[in-house]
Design a protein around this ligand. Structure first.
Ligand SMILES: Cc1ncc(COP(=O)(O)O)c(C=O)c1O
Length: 441
């Protein structure tokens, strides 16, 4: 591609524009990424620290050495022998108390696969405004691409208003001739907030009493952490029978890769026939299947539950620890999000490993923490809405109380130094009857 070509010019201009707006994405410096670095990890989604578990590693290597197949799967699920894949699906449908389970290569592929094909002509998809990009991509490729609506994040009044409006506008829905799908995440990845699943189910059933309202729950960030044996929030709340499909991903707390959709046999069959992100791709390698299987061993033997309890205790400790230090700092510069501002014991939701530290200066704060040996990433628009920039703190079972105290002190010290600097810049100096800013002299 020559430098002067139109494509070169357009792509370069787009990247330069992102540079100017401070939103250009780049790969992290390999020396500052979580694995193998001396930095304290407040960044990865390895919530249970299983990626560095010697127990999981040993189990994986043993199973690998005994397995008949370990390397590539050789092709699409529809073409090659999927004995190991079938066995894992059978295990997972039993473990999660679901009628059927279907593996995908990733959570992204699973959401795209489901939402691109299950909604039929005349159907509607409704989603929380913070829903993951993969659901948007699925909807865009679906037959409901012109019939999708967002409700305000976790707002039941907004959800109710939207459903009522849609029912009034669409006779087919009221008559039960069409379906409405509701997509939520049980634990939101950027905010650490929990979907009010019980209320969502009850409003959906109330407004669509014919049973044509279907809830789809993405449990990517709750898998392994919540519910009995880490089976997720839907299981924790006993809502398995009220949810059409659940997505569990293996790449976060389970330290593997891949994902599973839990649903009924009809939808499983339909996905096998129509989900392009499943049909036209090489299925997970045998080694991937073995890795996921080993992680589920740790869920069933109780080890993960112990780690999850430690993790949630640490999360509650961190918010309690940092809260009093924040009172003298302007919230715009540094604050906890609204749902964590009060004492956690007053909040009926459990603690979450995802704690956004809201700040109008996410990059300088992240850089400051990095210099102190802590990796917590800045998150800005377009990943989060404008004005909601933050440093996203992810806690891990392997973090210690000393780690999170260091994090709290680092963030507070940064805020104090930033404030002092801003005050210095704003200091006005009077000379010869004129007022000057000290910083301009
Ligand atoms: C809520 C949510 N759903 C789905 C995905 C995609 O999962 P995976 O990383 O397995 O593709 C992610 C990960 O970024 C996520 O945060």
């Amino acid at each position: 591609m020559s430098e002067g070509s139109s494509l070169n010019v357009k792509l370069s201009a787009a990247l330069a524009s992102r540079d100017e707006r401070w939103i250009r994405r780049r790969l992290p410096d390999p020396n500052t990424s979580s694995s193998g670095s001396p930095l304290i990890d407040f960044n990865s989604n390895d919530y249970l620290s299983l990626s560095s578990s010697q127990i999981l590693r040993n189990r994986f290597l043993k199973k690998l050495s005994e397995a008949p197949d370990v390397l590539g799967s050789g092709g699409s699920r529809l073409l090659v022998n999927g004995r190991a894949h079938n066995a894992l699906e059978a295990r997972l449908s039993q473990f999660f108390r679901a009628e059927a389970a279907l593996l995908f290569n990733s959570g992204f592929d699973a959401n795209v696969g489901f939402f691109s094909c299950v909604p039929q002509p005349g159907d509607v998809v409704v989603y929380d405004e913070y829903i993951h990009a993969s659901v948007h991509d699925g909807i865009r490729a679906s037959r409901a691409r012109d019939a999708h609506y967002a409700f305000s994040h976790n707002s039941m009044p907004s959800f109710r208003r939207l459903l009522n409006r849609i029912r009034e506008e669409r006779r087919g829905l009221e008559a039960g001739e069409n379906s409405i799908f509701v997509a939520v995440e049980s634990l939101y990845s950027m905010d650490g907030t929990f979907a009010p699943l019980e209320e969502i189910v009850s409003v959906l059933e109330e407004i669509f009493p014919r049973g044509n309202g279907y809830l789809v729950v993405d449990e990517a960030h709750a898998t392994g952490i919540y519910g009995p044996e880490g089976r997720g929030r839907v299981a924790q709340l006993g809502l398995e029978g009220k949810v059409l499909a659940r997505l569990h991903t293996f790449g976060k707390a389970l330290a593997a890769t891949g994902a599973v959709i839990l649903t009924n046999t009809l939808i499983r069959d339909y996905l096998l026939n129509y989900a392009r992100s499943l049909i036209y791709t090489t299925s997970l390698s045998f080694a991937n299947i073995i890795a996921a299987d080993c992680s589920f061993d740790l869920l069933t033997d109780g080890m993960a539950q112990t780690l999850a309890n430690d993790l949630l205790d640490l999360s509650a400790y961190f918010t309690q620890y940092i809260r009093p230090h924040l009172v003298r700092i302007p919230p715009k510069l540094l604050s906890l999000p609204e749902h964590l501002r009060d004492d956690i014991s007053l909040n009926h939701d459990p603690p979450s490993p995802i704690i956004p530290i809201m700040t109008s200066h996410p990059r300088p704060l992240s850089a400051y923490l990095l210099a102190l040996g802590m990796n917590a990433r800045p998150i800005t628009w377009p990943t989060v809405p404008k004005g909601k920039d933050r440093v996203r703190v992810c806690l891990h079972a392997g973090n210690t109380r000393e780690d999170v105290e260091k994090l709290a002190h680092g963030a507070i010290r940064w805020a104090q130094e930033t404030l002092a600097e801003e005050e210095r810049k704003d200091r006005r100096i009077e000379m010869n009857g004129k007022v000057f800013l000290e910083s301009k002299l």
